[in-house]
Ligand binder design. Structure first.
Ligand SMILES: Cc1ncc(COP(=O)(O)O)c(C=O)c1O
Length: 377
């Protein structure tokens, strides 16, 4: 089969399954101007991307350092700014140290591929993010996938391979289902079997202040490692790993997605640093998210998520796209979860109850959502 034929067949198959995806460029003011749509599709949970301190920090850093870090971290791409950001993140999340990456994806790839290899065992929740799935593939470790949030299954997997170096992978708040991992129980089981618990806090940090690992008193433990993104609540771009210094040193020396990648851009590092400071000083932003997400979940009769994203199941991928288009016509931008982004194959409308829109905008958007998908429930 020629490349041309193969590509055409793949495009037709996507079309027939209602799974064609398109890039939809938006203008610079779409998310911030009242004249434009209300953005409930993004991940800027605390609304900090457009915060004046954050924009200013990014602009000043670009003027001072230039457009990029200029090299990989081990060459000349480690800036004092990275150190400042890492110290701030570690202090906020209550961890001994932090290491930043050019994305959360790279942070996850790095942790798993540097800590696990063919001789290691990885126990992964069935709803884990794609970046962790790819990370396990990269590591070539022995994998056990356990049913979602099932601590007994994690324990059974650990008991099945005693003495094998094991990582257990979880998200503090799951991106699609929006529920919370039983972190305390997972940490207990990991400690009992000598396993390392890796918690992806992409949807926990900011929405839950320093994140759920910290909130549950698990920060700073030698057997609990946190990964995070700077691109959601911190409104910037980049990722981080937080935990024991020995692990961070190991990543610096062996993690290929860290070593062979240009350092985090100065503007992104400075923006994330400014955003972390704002988030720490304004806990009411997280309270706004809680109030909004719980209220809308009640209206729609769906479970309230632990994070900022409300998932509203819809009958099919096509129905999700149609509802999304109807809402856009009403001036409300929401996202869609469709296969392959949903581990259970159920398409959903994805509504971010962020703190970045005004009360009036939120009320208007919530009414439109209820009118368009509320009746289906
Ligand atoms: C759970 C989770 N982990 C990691 C990532 C990747 O983060 P980034 O966008 O910074 O690469 C995401 C982003 O979608 C995520 O939802």
């Amino acid at each position: 089969m020629s490349w041309q034929t193969w590509l055409e067949a793949a495009a037709t198959a996507r079309e027939e399954a209602g799974l064609t995806r398109q890039l939809r460029p938006r203008g610079p003011h779409d998310a911030t101007s009242k004249a434009h749509s209300i953005d409930l599709a993004g991940n800027d949970y605390l609304g900090l991307s457009g915060h004046l301190d954050v924009r200013r920090a990014a602009a000043e850093a670009a003027m001072l350092w230039g457009g990029g870090a200029g090299a990989s971290r081990l060459v000349t791409g480690t800036l004092t700014l990275h150190g400042e950001l890492e110290a701030e993140l570690a202090d906020w999340l209550g961890q001994p140290g932090a290491l930043t990456f050019s994305s959360g994806y790279h942070a996850n790839l790095s942790v798993v591929s540097a800590l696990a290899d063919k001789s290691a065992h990885v126990v992964s929740d069935a709803h884990i993010h794609a970046s962790l799935i790819d990370a396990v593939r990269l590591s070539r470790s022995q994998l056990t996938v356990v049913p979602h949030n099932n601590v007994a299954a994690v324990q059974a997997a650990l008991a099945a391979r005693p003495g094998v170096r094991t990582l257990v992978l979880a998200e503090s708040v799951y991106s699609v289902l929006g529920d919370e991992a039983p972190l305390i129980e997972l940490a207990e089981v990991c400690a009992a079997y000598g396993a390392l618990l890796v918690v992806d806090e992409a949807h926990g940090v900011g929405v839950h202040g320093p994140g759920l690992v910290a909130r549950h008193g698990l920060a700073g433990r030698p057997d609990v490692l946190v990964t995070a993104t700077l691109s959601k609540s911190l409104g910037s771009q980049g990722g981080a790993v937080l935990g024991p210094r020995a692990v961070l040193d190991h990543l610096v020396n062996t993690a290929r997605p860290f070593i062979f990648d240009t350092g985090l851009a100065p503007a992104s590092a400075a923006a994330a640093l400014a955003a972390a400071r704002v988030a720490r000083s304004r806990p009411e932003l997280a309270d706004t998210i809680r109030a909004r997400v719980t209220g809308l979940a009640k209206t729609l009769g769906v479970p309230a998520p632990a994070g900022a994203v409300l998932s509203v199941p819809v009958p099919s991928p096509e129905a999700a796209v149609a509802a999304q288009a109807e809402l856009l016509a009403e001036g409300v931008r929401v996202g869609c979860f469709r296969p392959p982004s949903v581990p259970d194959g159920v398409s959903r409308l994805r509504v971010t109850a962020g703190a970045g829109v005004t009360d009036e905008e939120w009320e208007r958007a919530a009414k439109a959502i209820d009118a368009i998908v509320g009746g289906d429930r």
